[in-house]
Write a protein that binds this ligand. Structure first.
Ligand code: NAG
Ligand code: NAG
Ligand code: NAG
Ligand code: NAG
Length: 400
């Protein structure tokens, strides 16, 4: 048998365990967060291990404050990441770092500690960055033609493969073939922007701008033909990446309707779209690579015209010009006929109230005189249409 003291001890320990299970202990958060830029693209965020952590594995999670960003896990007290100004459109980012428990530890994650990171220099003024690659030739596909519209300061370009390992950080190269024209400044660079992620830096004395190179190609030429009741659209795909799917966005306007855009994935097969032969078509297209291929895209190419909407115009002319003429002739003729024969079509009708009045006032008078007095107010319209002999022959004897 258990003594009351033993029972009491047992109950107390059970209660302690229960409390522990229900109110999971919260882990302490990391402290002393700081950051350091390793190069223009790479930041190193570090912190101190919090005091009073249980022994064993200590792990942290971190992510950008943006809820869409990935949560990363680390067992170290620092991490490195590439942060590019043109991807956020700003020169500042906020990271959240917190301590997490191991599975089965039954310890609640710590609160999230924010750390705001500013670029070493303010964001440089630059607009409309474009990097073209020529996919027609293996050699040329490893060369880029990058250009931009600068703000009020001269910008110098350097670039390297994105990443934050020691080797990539040391791989930074400067632009060696700069050029400029009226509107834009640019540089030809030897870099395989199709096979690699290339990080670019445009730097002036006062500012800097960082971005990932997005290779663009000249828009593939759109050719249009007719097959049956369809329009046949085809493009010549660049020889490199030829066998991969390309997504064409085709925007068409027929007659004077609004423009309609559709996406079409092809490995080179033509695309058919219903053709209304009474319409003139305006078509333009742009392309981008499909999934599982490095992202490459083009802007819209030249607008291509096909067909004619003249037949539709002729029908419209007939409707708009000839029909009203026919209609007005008809109306004129019917007016003329109506006027000629108005007394037949609308004979003069005696006024019933007048008849009634007459009857009430002179009940014993002759019907003939009543008829005569009834007709006296109405000769006016009859006079105006006096062409009719029938009217005369009826009215004249009655009035006499
Ligand atoms: C980042 O900072 C931590 C702490 O200062 C340091 O130990 C680590 O080596 C740094 N990482 C890089 C890639 O410089
Ligand atoms: C590709 O471009 C290089 C350099 O411009 C040139 O020497 C070579 O002949 C071209 N190859 C083809 C197949 O066009
Ligand atoms: C490089 O790009 C610029 C701007 O888009 C353009 O004017 C120039 O012709 C291109 N150079 C070559 C060699 O294609
Ligand atoms: C076509 O693709 C573009 C992305 O390139 C997308 O923005 C657009 O909504 C798509 N259009 C249609 C009709 O699916």
């Amino acid at each position: 048998m258990t003594s009351p003291a033993e029972l009491c001890a047992f109950l107390t320990s059970t209660a302690v365990i229960m409390v522990c299970l229900c109110n999971a202990e919260r882990l302490p958060p990391p402290t002393g967060l700081s950051y350091r830029w390793i190069d223009a693209f790479t930041v190193n965020v570090s912190w101190q291990e919090p005091r009073g952590l249980p022994a064993g594995d200590i792990r942290y999670e971190y992510s950008l404050e943006d809820p869409k960003s990935h949560v990363e896990l680390t067992t170290l007290t620092h991490f490195s990441a590439n942060l590019l100004t043109e991807e956020t459109g700003s020169g500042s980012w906020t990271y959240l770092v917190w301590t997490v428990s191991k599975n089965g530890d039954n310890l609640e994650d710590s609160t999230k500690v924010p750390k705001t990171i500013e670029t070493p220099k303010p964001r440089a003024q630059v607009e409309d960055i474009q990097c073209f690659v020529n996919l027609n030739n293996e050699t040329k596909a490893k060369e880029m033609n990058c250009s931009w519209v600068p703000g009020n300061q001269a910008l110098y370009l350097s670039f390297r493969i994105c990443g934050h390992t020691h080797k990539t950080i040391l791989g930074l190269k400067n632009c060696v073939w700069p050029y400029s024209n009226a509107m834009r400044k640019g540089c030809y660079l030897k870099a395989d922007g199709v096979a690699n992620n290339i990080c670019m830096l445009l730097e002036s004395e006062a500012g800097q701008s960082t971005f990932k190179l997005l290779p663009m190609i000249d828009p593939p030429e759109l050719s249009i033909g007719e097959e049956g009741d369809n329009l046949k659209l085809s493009w010549t795909l660049p020889p490199i990446l030829k066998d991969h799917p390309w997504i064409f966005m085709v925007c068409s306007r027929k007659c004077s309707h609004a423009e309609v855009c559709q996406n079409y994935t092809t490995k080179g097969e033509p695309w058919f779209m219903p053709y209304d032969k009474s319409c003139r078509y305006e078509l333009r297209s742009r392309v981008r690579t499909g999934p599982s291929v490095p992202p490459i895209f083009s802007q819209f190419g030249q607008v291509v015209f096909y067909g004619n909407n003249l037949p539709a115009d002729k029908t419209l002319t007939v409707v708009a010009v000839v029909l009203p003429i026919i209609l007005s002739v008809c109306i004129f003729l019917s007016c003329y006929c109506f006027r000629r024969h108005s007394s037949i079509l609308c004979p003069v009708i005696p006024d019933p109230s007048a008849i009634f009045k007459e009857m009430m006032m002179d009940g014993n008078k002759d019907l003939k005189s009543t008829m005569g007095s009834l007709y006296t107010p109405v000769p006016e319209p009859v006079e105006s249409c006096k062409v009719d002999t029938v009217t005369d022959s009826i009215v004249v004897p009655l009035n006499s």
